[in-house]
Design a protein around this ligand. Structure first.
Ligand code: SF4
Length: 170
């Protein structure tokens, strides 16, 4: 069977248990773009028809932008930002989200890669002090190296774990 056929079998097996919630972990990995679109449409249709909740885990921001109502961006095992998907991806309130979104042409409104992420991802078992993103963050300041930022509501329905969430948007 092709990758797309195997995904459909998995979805059928999951639906056989009549779930209220489907957790789809990287459902389109290793599929070609056309099959990805079909699988995502299938999941969206099923969610609508069966009145299901769906938790989608993905590193692909284009998938999140097109499928998700709400998005939670994780870094080093912690929530960096959360809120309505379109708003978060088009107007990030965390430098990590902004770097991710700027490097995906389908999400970014900018024509070129604006801020390629430097450095390696943090090890969740050996986190840097303060904000775990500070070794890679273009906005890092002294307090970022010592103070762990708390996830807080920065505007209605929008949450960010950045000391400078307000400045990120400007
Ligand atoms: S708290 Fe500091 S290091 Fe962390 S994302 Fe915000 S500006 Fe960057």
């Amino acid at each position: 069977m092709s990758g797309g056929m195997r995904q459909r079998v998995m979805i059928a097996m999951a639906l056989a248990g009549e779930p209220q919630l489907i957790i789809a972990d990287e459902p389109t990995t290793a599929l070609d773009v056309t099959t990805q679109a079909r699988i995502l449409q299938l999941l969206a249709d099923l969610r609508e028809q069966e009145d299901l909740a769906m938790l989608l885990v993905s590193h692909d921001l284009r998938v999140m932008a097109h499928v998700a109502d709400d998005v939670v961006v994780m870094y080093a095992g912690r929530v960096a930002e959360r809120g309505p998907a379109r708003e978060v991806l088009e107007h990030p309130r965390h430098p990590y989200t902004r770097a991710l979104a700027n490097n995906v042409p389908a999400v970014s409104t900018k024509s070129a890669i604006a801020e390629p992420l430097q450095g390696a991802p943090a090890n969740p078992f050996d986190r840097p002090t303060g904000c775990a993103f500070h070794p890679r963050c273009p906005m890092a300041q002294d307090r970022c190296r010592t103070e762990v930022p708390v996830l807080r509501e920065v505007e209605r329905g929008r949450f960010s774990a950045c000391h400078f969430a307000t400045e990120v948007a400007s």
